[in-house]
Design a protein around this ligand. Structure first.
Ligand SMILES: [Zn+2]
Length: 131
């Protein structure tokens, strides 16, 4: 494959994947506005530096970017992603688990359930419409 949009360097591919996963989750929550996309880019820039210092952490990058964006959104937009599992009670956000580990996923601590992998939130919330 010679797709210019698919970086071949492992670090670039890791960052590219992390960005794509978090953007997919943002899109499923319909919050992929321009300023939100720039939050993802800011996080990816910071995590690029981080993973250059610690290459073994490459598998953790997607979960970290998700948490960075979650933090940034909390200040500017509010809680994200809202829990799709609990139908009643106070709206609350999902958390990323593990906070620092491979295969990150969204969990609801209130219901104690794993909701979806990071990047697959759309399928758990009814899904972004397939156009
Ligand atoms: Zn919940």
């Amino acid at each position: 494959m010679d797709d210019p949009l698919t970086p071949v360097d492992p670090l670039e591919r890791t960052l590219h994947t992390a960005r794509a996963l978090v953007l997919a989750d943002l899109a499923s929550g319909e919050v992929a506005a321009a300023d939100v996309v720039s939050m993802v880019e800011d996080s990816v820039v910071q995590r690029r530096w981080w993973v250059e210092q610690w290459p073994e952490g490459a598998a953790y990058v997607a979960g970290l970017v998700a948490q960075d964006v979650q933090d940034a959104l909390l200040e500017s937009h509010g809680r994200w992603p809202l829990c799709p599992v609990c139908g009643s009670g106070d709206p609350h956000a999902l958390d990323v688990e593990p906070e620092l580990g491979p295969d990150p996923h969204w969990v609801c601590h209130k219901a104690g359930v794993k909701v979806a992998s990071v990047g697959s939130l759309g399928s758990a919330t009814g899904g972004a419409p397939t156009s």
